[in-house]
Design a binder for this molecule. Structure first.
Ligand SMILES: Nc1ncnc2c1ncn2[C@@H]1O[C@H](COP(=O)(O)OP(=O)(O)OP(=O)(O)O)[C@@H](O)[C@H]1O
Ligand SMILES: [Mg+2]
Length: 330
């Protein structure tokens, strides 16, 4: 469906580079919700821009490739590669950027924002017909069609986000990318947005990629997920397995930081800060904050190893852990 082959992307800062995405390699499968997690600044939004092929100065892809495999009009397979993925925007892949609900055009009614985005795909339809179809789709998503007449500031943040999700999914794209769709919304509204995304996905059977720094969001809605740290995807696997048996020390700490129901103790977060992406240290990027790091970790970059069914992580200490477990379970 969507495949990244060892992709690196960086911001060209006139003489130095911010290496925001470093050799990321994974795929998004048909009809799955894939989650991308990690602390602020680890490269989640940059990775999403790479997937959407929204590569504008100072951002550039420095190695690797991105491919989208879709079905063309006649049912024949079509491959879009980075550089021409924009030809598939809205119809094959759509994108709800981070903070999009705050940057909707304030002086345009919701209706005209829909029309601007999608009317070129419906040239044969009259404005009236198209508006009726959009209203019908909003109703399907349990949104009041009256929002079409509103200006963005007249809608709550949650409603604006729902409208943007409706817009991004109206043409039934194969892949929907959503960057922090629930951030800055209160918990009840968050849950409503996640329910809406899950419903749309179930109905359209498309693939979704949800970026969130909130592990709770991933637990609730994603099927598989990747954990990013300092530009790299350091663990990837089925969400259930990641939560049940996280392998990378960073993932363990992220999950340990998740508040549990009925537990009112103060969560500490992970001490320390991630390394600079301008000049990352040799070895494992997490070593400086890792409670179990060794000299090897500080010197040599760990390779990605399989740690379970479809579950992989990059850590030098995993082999012994896996062996210990095998011994434990006989
Ligand atoms: N336009 C830009 N120019 C230069 N550096 C940038 C630019 N945008 C992002 N960066 C840097 O790239 C790195 C990754 O940023 P990115 O926005 O992808 O992180 P993120 O994981 O989405 O963070 P957040 O959770 O805060 O949204 C950070 O170090 C950031 O400062
Ligand atoms: Mg971001």
């Amino acid at each position: 469906m969507l495949r990244l082959h060892n992709v690196s992307a960086r911001y060209n800062m006139l003489g130095s580079y911010v290496n925001a995405v470093d050799r990321v390699d994974f795929e998004v499968r048909k009809s799955e919700i894939f989650g991308i997690a990690g602390e602020s600044g680890c490269g989640k939004s940059t990775l999403l821009k790479v997937m959407y092929d929204l590569i504008q100065y100072p951002l550039e892809i420095s190695e690797g490739s991105v491919e989208i495999h879709a079905a063309g009009k006649d049912g024949k397979p079509v491959v879009y590669r980075h550089g021409d993925i924009h030809r598939s925007w809205w119809k094959v892949i759509s994108y709800v950027p981070q903070g999009a609900m705050h940057v909707m055009n304030p002086v345009a009614r919701v209706k005209s924002q829909f029309f601007d985005a999608i009317s070129k795909y419906h040239e044969k339809k009259s404005a009236k017909q198209l508006e009726a179809e959009i209203a019908g789709y909003l109703r399907e998503l349990e949104l009041p069609p009256e929002v079409l007449q509103a200006f963005p500031h007249q809608l709550s943040g949650g409603m604006r986000q729902r409208v943007l999700i409706a817009l991004a999914t109206f043409l039934h794209p194969d892949i929907v990318l959503a960057d922090e769709p629930t951030t800055a919304l209160d918990v009840v509204v968050q849950r409503g947005i996640l329910t809406m995304l899950a419903k749309v996905q179930k109905k359209m059977k498309n693939s979704m990629v949800i970026v969130s720094h909130d592990m709770g969001v991933h637990y609730q809605i994603t099927h598989r997920m990747g954990i990013m740290y300092a530009g790299q995807m350091i663990e990837i696997g089925p969400t259930e397995q990641i939560f049940e048996s996280p392998q990378h020390p960073y993932t363990k700490m992220l999950i340990g930081a998740l508040p549990k129901v009925g537990d009112n103790s103060q969560k500490e977060g992970i001490p320390g800060t991630p390394p600079s992406l301008k000049n990352p240290p040799p070895g494992c990027r997490f070593a400086a904050r890792c409670p179990v790091a060794t000299d090897l970790c500080r010197a040599v970059e760990p390779a990605r190893v399989a740690v379970g069914h479809e579950h992989m992580a990059s850590c030098h200490l995993l082999e012994p852990i896996a062996a210990e477990r095998r011994a434990h379970h006989g």
